[in-house]
Ligand binder design. Structure first.
Ligand SMILES: Cc1ncc(COP(=O)(O)O)c(C=O)c1O
Length: 426
């Protein structure tokens, strides 16, 4: 597609949900009305129908354009329609789309090899989403415990405020009751402890414990960064008790924090790691990584996925991994993250609107003294897409290729909105 020139959005709407929107642009209204007739109402979507993307800019069906600081919830690592990613996918689509796992395919082997080369792991299992990679991690931990631990160990300790996905088992591992209500009974075998509290894990370890599973930085929980040394202490505790350490890097992995994987900044390694989101750069792929000691507990027939590791998504994964592992890529992620951090910490220090700022790399959240939804709505009207993790917490997760000029543009819009809405309230 041709490059999209940024322009001020002309969208006029009152609230982010259709029932309250009576002044949507014509095409937007037309498609949302059609969509709501046939799509299950699982999402409280913003009234935006997106049709095109280019770098960090997306366009809607009425021709408005937006700077995208959500990137499909930390998925579009290379931005929208990156030419090399598009070429790789086009080429693969013309070559071989799918063959199942009854046979080998080249992109699957090549992506697994690259992931192994760049991580602690010896083996990879491919699936299609973050929740599936967590599901696979839990199954692997259980079957490993079954074979290698002395008693009937199956329990996994996870953290409060964690998020591990929406399948019933990933949901049961998740430490947030708001996602679980109505779906009980949950899958047994999970104990939730406060995050960033090593003593809480020590206390929770019992005769049935097999593993500890943590996000190195909690994403959906509000970008909670643990204290320095916490993850290393968890590693030590797992070694002391003979437990597996699982890192859920579905959100933090693939360069998001300024390192290929967040654990690489901690001087330790997990036994099992989950990946998804940024790995496919927009195509649905998940991966489970593990050391041989653990991975070899999966035998033929113990776990499988029809689509897992198909040639198309693995070719996309190769294009993304190739780029992220190029010399200056992660340095630039850290630099752009530092730009964002400097600007918003200045705003925090000069005004009362930001009560807390957290994050690493291009994964930054801020707690606000005002509700986040009106900020997001106004930003959307002015041409910036933002995301929140709770009522008063905004999260910035732009493409990893975001430019300094785009950060400037977003900052001047967002800081003005924050100050306006804070002043109006106080
Ligand atoms: C840490 C973490 N794990 C798992 C998931 C679930 O991923 P998916 O939505 O691809 O199933 C998410 C999604 O936000 C996540 O952030």
């Amino acid at each position: 597609m041709a490059s999209i020139a940024p322009k001020e959005s002309t969208m006029l709407y009152k609230a982010p949900f259709l029932s309250e929107c009576d002044a949507m642009p014509e095409q937007t209204k037309h498609w949302i009305t059609k969509g709501d007739k046939v799509l299950m109402p699982t999402y409280a979507r913003f009234p935006l129908v997106l049709t095109q993307g280019d770098g960090a800019t997306v366009a809607d069906v009425d021709g408005n354009t937006y700077l995208d600081f959500v990137s499909g919830v930390a998925v579009n690592a290379l931005g929208h329609c990156d030419p090399l990613l598009v070429n790789a996918v086009q080429d693969q689509a013309e070559t071989l789309l799918h063959v199942s796992n009854l046979y080998y395919n080249l992109p699957q082997i090549q992506l697994a090899q690259a992931l192994v080369e760049h991580s602690f792991a010896d083996k990879v299992f491919f699936c299609n989403s973050g929740a599936e990679s967590v599901e696979a991690a839990i199954k692997l931990a259980r079957i490993y415990a079954h074979e290698n631990m002395a008693g009937n160990q199956f329990e996994i300790i996870t953290a409060e405020q964690s998020f591990h996905g929406r399948t019933l088992t990933a949901l049961s591992a998740t430490g947030q009751t708001k996602y679980q209500q109505g779906f009980e009974p949950l899958v047994p075998g999970f104990k939730h402890v406060p995050f960033n509290d090593i003593q809480a894990i020590e206390t929770a370890v019992g005769p049935q414990t097999a593993a500890v599973m943590l996000e190195p930085i909690q994403g959906e929980g509000g970008v909670r960064v643990p204290s320095p040394g916490y993850l290393a202490a968890v590693r030590k505790l797992c070694d002391k008790h003979g437990l597996l350490l699982i890192f859920d890097e579905v959100q933090t992995g693939m360069g998001r924090t300024g390192h290929l994987f967040a654990y690489q900044d901690e001087g330790i390694e997990p036994d099992i790691l989950t990946l998804a989101k940024g790995l496919g750069g927009g195509l649905p792929i998940g991966a489970l990584l593990a050391k041989d000691k653990v991975a070899l507990s999966f035998k033929p027939g113990t776990h499988a996925s029809t689509f897992g590791g198909n040639p198309l998504v693995c070719r996309a994964g190769m294009a993304v991994l190739d780029r992220i592992t190029q010399a200056s890529f992660l340095k630039q992620v850290r630099e752009r993250g530092a730009d964002l951090w400097a600007r918003f910490s200045d705003l925090r220090d000069k005004t009362g609107v930001i009560t807390d700022l957290r994050g690493r790399g291009l994964m930054i959240a801020m707690d606000l003294a005002i509700p986040a939804i009106p900020v997001i709505e106004t930003a959307m009207r002015r041409g910036v897409l933002l995301n929140r993790t709770s009522e008063k917490t905004l999260r910035l997760i732009p493409p990893l290729t975001i430019q300094a000029e785009e950060i400037n543009r977003m900052y001047s819009i967002l800081s003005a909105i924050l100050v306006e809405q804070f002043n109006a309230k106080t």
